[in-house]
Design a protein around this ligand. Structure first.
Ligand SMILES: Cc1cc2nc3c(=O)[nH]c(=O)nc-3n(C[C@H](O)[C@H](O)[C@H](O)COP(=O)(O)O)c2cc1C
Length: 300
């Protein structure tokens, strides 16, 4: 079986999780330069041209491999996949639904296909479809998730017992203790989201980074957005929406993204983040985060 590093072409099995508009090229390239595996997000890319520019910009900044995340529910996903293949991207993570419909196309491009899964059932089905590895994402993770989930501690060993392909643990990993724990649970690598937001290279606004630093492990909540949930920090806006879910419109409108995540207007949208905010107490460079995760240290 290929190791995660052999598959992705990186030095350390530390994948930077896709995170919408805050996956700026400088950030993604910095992760790959530090020996991890950077991932561009396509979730909020308005069109193929926007993604094309991001890929080109990232390629200018690093010669190391990086990947991209495809959201199954996005109507542009097939076009994005074609562009990524043309630009030589060899690995995609697939989330937000079954990768089934996309697999023939992605495999015809010779890509590594790595779905993000919430359960053993979906992991086993995905393996049978011919995916190359599984990201097992626990419910403590930041961002979108379904309504049925279990924690990383339970999900990762359950999935590792059930499939033969490499398992990558996601959700709640911020430092070398989390990394080592993931390996002990049977994972061959990790995917990290929230810890990387509080990095110097991530374009997230200082207000977002500050909120991650000051909040503790009990300060996130699951917001029901209709067909899915979002784990976000309990900012005043998120608290209002948690107390009165009828204020939530269907879809992404409360996410705010650019306005809240990049421009720092905390009334414009919620700030997705995982329970792991309780372990994050500072902003560091991507290189420090990756190296401390591999070499030891609490990283907080
Ligand atoms: C702000 C934010 C946006 C995210 N957007 C995406 C996305 O577009 N696609 C995806 O597959 N996962 C997304 N995620 C999940 C991350 O890629 C990653 O799996 C997760 O953050 C891992 O858990 P952690 O936050 O505890 O490290 C997002 C997470 C955050 C915090």
């Amino acid at each position: 079986m290929r190791s995660v590093c052999e598959m992705l072409g990186c030095r350390y099995p530390v994948i930077q999780g896709a995170m919408g508009v805050i996956c700026n090229p400088e950030f993604v390239a910095a992760v790959s330069e530090a020996g991890g595996f950077g991932t561009l997000a396509t979730a909020f890319a308005a069109d193929v041209d926007t993604l094309y520019k991001q890929v080109k910009e990232t390629q200018k900044l690093t010669r190391q491999p990086f990947g991209a995340n495809l959201l199954v529910m996005n109507p542009l996903t097939q076009q994005f996949a074609e562009l990524l293949a043309e630009e030589g991207i060899k690995t995609v993570t697939v989330s937000g639904g079954s990768p089934k419909a996309l697999i023939p196309l992605l495999k015809s491009f010779g890509m590594n296909v790595i779905p993000v899964v919430p359960s053993v059932t979906v992991a086993v089905k995905s393996e049978a479809l011919g995916v190359d590895a599984i990201i097992a994402e626990g419910s403590e993770s930041g961002g979108l998730q379904g309504f049925k989930g279990s924690s990383t501690m339970v999900l990762v060993p359950s999935v590792a017992d059930a499939v033969k392909i490499p398992v990558i643990a996601a959700g709640g990993i911020a430092d070398s203790r989390g990394y080592q724990a993931a390996l002990a649970l049977g994972a061959s690598g990790v995917q990290v989201g929230t810890r990387f937001i509080a990095s110097q290279e991530c374009i997230a606004h200082a207000n977002y980074k500050e909120a991650i630093i000051v909040h503790s492990e009990t300060d996130t909540g699951l917001l029901n957005m209709g067909g899915f949930q979002v784990r976000a920090m309990q900012t005043p806006l998120a608290k209002k929406l948690l107390e009165d879910p009828s204020l939530i419109k269907q879809g992404f409108s409360e996410m705010g993204t650019e306005e809240s995540w990049v421009k720092g207007d905390l009334e414009a949208g919620v700030l997705p983040a995982g329970e792991v905010i309780g372990l994050i107490h500072n902003v560091k460079s991507v290189r420090e985060i990756v190296e401390e995760m591999i070499q030891g240290g609490q990283n907080g």
